[in-house]
Design a protein around this ligand. Sequence first.
Ligand code: HEM
Length: 400
Amino acid sequence: MTEMVLFNPFMPGFTDDPYPHYRELRDTAPVHEHPLGFWFLSRHDEVADLLRAGLSVEQRHLAPHPVRDQIRAASGDKHLRSGGLSMLDRDPPDHTRLRKLVTKVFTPRAIGALKPRIQQLVDESLDRLDGGGDLVAELAFPLPFAVINEMLGMQLADADRLRELTGTLVRSLEPIADPALAEQIMRADLELAELCRAAIAAKRADPADDLLTALIRAEEDGDVLDDEELVAQVILLYVAGHETTVNLISNGVVALLGHPEQHAALRAEPGLIGNAVEEFLRYDSPVQSGRRVTTEPITAGGQEIPAGSFVILGQASANRDERFWGPDADQLRLDRRDARLHVSFGAGPHHCLGAALARMEGQLAIGGLVARYPKLALAGEVEWNGRINLRGASKVPISV
Ligand code: HEM
């Protein structure tokens, strides 16, 4: 009999390559109750079902757990982030209301209209890469930030500071074991909120044709976003829309360059890029997992999970589950027919609002890179960012 393993994202090497560990979990403990006070689900069917089931995202429903509560208190995780007001952290009716108001302005039309500007930003990045360089620094990192920043029209004097702050805040999506980091995150949150309040006031005085103005004006049945709600949704758009897309582009290129025959196929048939991006999202998910709280007992994979449990849905593991994808689940295949069934954008009520934008950025960036530089290759060691959830390559030296 196979021995059961304990989910341990802190083990050496995990953040460079978590996939062998996920496989062990799927094989031996697919619905895994961890002694530290959470459940980890690793198979596709359970993860997809529970994402769609509309479980709570509000931590106030957690039942006390002696070990988890102690760790939380020691790590300084006080949950003070603006996230409390963002749709990502709200259940209905607030979630429904906030999402409706933001969806009103974050439309396919508004996103489609961005295409020429995204193409221009990609071309500028590709120019900078002439002669080779770091893909992350020149393309994967600056592109998504520039896109969401320009889309919102924040017009801040200090965009670099904003980028730094969102980079700190995004770490609140990771398990936090360091009180100093928890403190830094809280300070970044407060400073970001201040910057957003100032930008909102400026935009009220001087409206423009941009997303921030549209969010200020968004109205549904007489309902509008109040100022603190506005701030929280703006911060969410920065945080959710930035490093996730960085990972899509950098992890996608790393995967592609590790598979020369797939690279050759994409070079020969550029029209593959739409499906290729779905396969990149499946093969190495930019967001590795989601978190939920049960408000009543549920059954998953034949096992009961009690009310008040903290449940981690292992999306990256689900995306490699051979029970769902077949025996080639661990292979990158850009022509995979059902690649779009990945759960990298989540599913159900919180399904990623920016999926169409992320897809467009990924397609233009990776498709553009491959088309422009036929001799594209890795030119050194890839470095990983050491994150457990928003896991991505932080340095990708390329030659062109
Ligand atoms: C939600 C992934 C890009 C905005 C989510 C969720 C996932 C996700 C997994 C659901 C979280 C949950 O269920 O708890 C990704 C990935 C991206 C990406 C992998 C890039 C490859 C973007 C972009 C934007 C965005 C570019 C916008 C600028 C949002 C928003 C939500 C969300 C607003 C919250 C939806 C809700 O709570 O109803 N994203 N995202 N995302 N995403 Fe994305």
